[in-house]
Design a protein around this ligand. Sequence first.
Ligand code: PEP
Ligand code: MG
Length: 314
Amino acid sequence: REREAYAARHEEARTQDGHRVEVAANLGNTAHAADAVERGAEGVGLLRTEFVFMAHPDAPDLDTQIAEYRQAIDALDGRPLVARTLDVGGDKPLPYWPLPQEDNPFLGLRGIRLALTRPEVLETQLRALLTAAGDRPLRIMFPMVKDIAEFRAAREIFDRVQAEVQASDVQLGVMIEIPSCALLAPSLAAEVDFFSIGTNDLTQYTLAIDRGHAELSAQADGLHPAVLALIRMTVEAAHAEGKWVGVCGELASDAQAVPVLIGLGVDELSVSARQVPMVKARLRELTLETARHHADMALRQSTSDAVREALEAL
Ligand code: PEP
Ligand code: MG
């Protein structure tokens, strides 16, 4: 089965009734983009740019960043790159960006909140991304956004850069990782081009379980019906405005979750490169109708264990 999936890795993924779902790769290292394409990725659905920063002993300057992003975009050869702007703080320190000691770093200065305290860093990053892209498809998203005010503040910086750098195929989105953003998705959907749901953090913040907790993290299951309800709200709000939704957290490659996410209307799944062939194969086994049935079943349960049992029984 694995061999069959691998042989078909370069074909697009459609359900048996013809519903197309894009399957992209998550990336931390721009040098791995070519490998992702070789494994069948239709683009990069999440470039974790903090790893680009971590790979350098000092903050990478504009030219260094341009070279990094260009490497990925060149390798993608016309396929889209979804780049997440710098997401540090919380569990992700940067040696040359000292952060205050906090009692609750996961609830502290991280993601877009932190980036907005140093707008010149975000501005340089955006300039590098747009310059590297030129006329090739680039999607930029901001991490850990909690409401539209943060998106607008980040977009203001983006608009300033875009006025100076020519890039012709750019979309701007937010990651849905904080429950407030899912609950307020209709207000955001009107102003963004897309959403990408980060189920790792969305699950952590919905269930109040540290995603890295030694004893509890197994309970941080993205198939929890509360998380699924937030995903549904996000997709409905986006589609009502004609915007697309991806999922780039671990849940996107969970065999039981794939039909549920498609049934909820998710348009793109972004998974680690080595999982691309299997996720495509899983999609080809489905029909949209069975996927919707999986989603309905899941949403009717009241715990993640019940969701998994109900899906297993289908
Ligand atoms: C997520 O939170 O689901 C996500 C994709 O981002 P990261 O895992 O890098 O926090
Ligand atoms: Mg995250």
